[in-house]
Write a protein that binds this ligand. Structure first.
Ligand SMILES: [Zn+2]
Length: 246
């Protein structure tokens, strides 16, 4: 059989696995993960990436679609192991400066080895609830400039639905349509899709990265992928992102 593909990872985060105990998504991000991540060093990310990649290989996974900061370290680890990886520098600006994040992405992407087909790239606004309109607009411009897909968290938790409305004045699918029309989308999680969302997404260029273990650990329930597949949505391993993006 061909190697398996993990369509949504934060590869260096497997070292935090135990931290999900009893938490909901927002509590986990705000109280546990983001404060620890501020202390991570390049060396931490390099070794954590190596560890997670070794675990991926041990389960027959030969390709991961990752979204994490200091991605140069993850790229170095993937190169050493010969693993296929789709990498990015996530963009978010509810705190911090989006232009600095974009510069970091550009620097990362521009220093790629163009001869290396094993490492490809996405542009990755973290989520519609952690990105301002400006951040999403600039992400779309970047994706068009480099002809890259967008990899974004989408409707993972119930809290997110209200926050998207507060920040963007409309629902999640409309936000995707507004900013990313014509760009291939990898939607991570997509747990909370309504029938109306499914109908709209069917006609968009998108795939859903299904993450049932993460969703259960963080109390988000799991996506109704039986329904999604029946309705013709593109789910997880059949996601078209696996084609080579340069
Ligand atoms: Zn994620």
């Amino acid at each position: 059989m061909p190697g398996l593909i993990n369509t949504h990872t934060h590869i260096a985060m497997s070292i935090f696995r135990v931290s999900t105990e009893g938490c909901k998504l927002y509590e986990w991000l705000h109280e546990k993960i983001w404060p620890i991540e501020e202390k991570l060093t390049k060396e931490n990310i390099y070794y954590a990436s190596l560890l997670s990649f070794a675990e991926a290989i041990s389960t027959g996974t030969t390709c991961v679609n990752d979204q994490y900061f200091m991605p140069e370290e993850t790229r170095k680890a993937a190169n050493e192991l010969g693993l296929r990886a789709v990498l990015t520098r996530p963009l978010m600006d509810l705190e911090g400066n989006i232009d600095e994040r974009i510069d970091e992405f550009r620097k990362f992407y521009e220093t790629r080895d163009k001869q290396n087909d094993l490492i490809t790239y996405t542009v990755s606004p973290h989520g519609l609830y952690t990105c301002s309109e400006n951040c999403l607009k600039k992400s779309a411009e970047l994706a068009k400039e480099y002809n890259l897909p967008i990899h974004v968290h989408f409707l993972e938790s119930i809290d997110e639905i209200e926050d998207i409305k507060k920040i963007h004045g409309t629902d999640g699918v409309n936000v995707l349509k507004k900013y990313f029309d014509g760009i291939h989308l990898i939607l991570a999680h997509a747990v909370k899709l309504t029938d109306n969302d499914i109908n709209k997404l069917k006609n968009m260029d998108c795939g859903i990265a299904h993450n049932p273990i993460s969703n259960l650990m963080l109390g988000c329930k799991i996506a109704d992928t039986t329904k999604y597949l029946k309705e013709g949505l593109n789910v997880a391993l059949r996601n078209r992102w696996a084609r080579v993006w340069k």
